[in-house]
Design a protein around this ligand. Structure first.
Ligand SMILES: [Zn+2]
Length: 145
């Protein structure tokens, strides 16, 4: 198994268990690759086969791990591109987010203009808990419906 000056152990395999995009929001999670130490925006969560620990590494470092299928990397890159696009929307266009007041409902709606209540014009549906941290750092009006 090859790795680029990696800190990850080379005597175990890794599987890709998730991905995350922080969009430059420091402190909202991992911002440095646990393998090469470089700052990362496109994060891959990989799990060791022996130590069962989860490591947050750059998607490029993840693509050098031979135990991970290249198709999985490709899929993760597509998801990361979608997440990056959504973060850009939140940063530049989103004015209002409406969330449900019910604890078992994690669905939220993002609007590109200011609304007072749920409206059916152009909006984006998303899972609130994934983006809660970033939304709280932006100038977005949050409405609990
Ligand atoms: Zn790295």
């Amino acid at each position: 198994m090859k790795a680029i000056n990696g800190m990850l152990r080379v005597d175990q395999k890794y599987s890709l268990i998730g991905n995350d995009y922080l969009g430059g929001f420091e402190g909202s999670g991992y911002s440095q690759c646990e393998n090469c130490g470089k700052p990362i925006a496109n994060i891959a969560m990989v799990k060791g086969s022996d130590d069962a620990k989860t490591y947050h590494i750059g998607i490029d470092c993840a693509s050098t791990l031979t135990s991970i299928n290249p198709n999985e990397i490709l899929q993760a890159k597509k998801e990361l591109a979608r997440k990056a696009k959504f973060v850009k929307f939140l940063k530049t266009e989103c004015k209002t987010v409406i969330i449900s007041g019910k604890p078992d409902n994690d669905t939220a709606w993002a609007y590109s203009k200011e609304v007072e209540k749920w409206e059916s014009f152009w909006r984006i549906r998303f899972v609130y808990s994934f983006w809660k941290n970033i939304i709280s750092k932006l100038n977005i009006r949050l409405i609990v419906d």
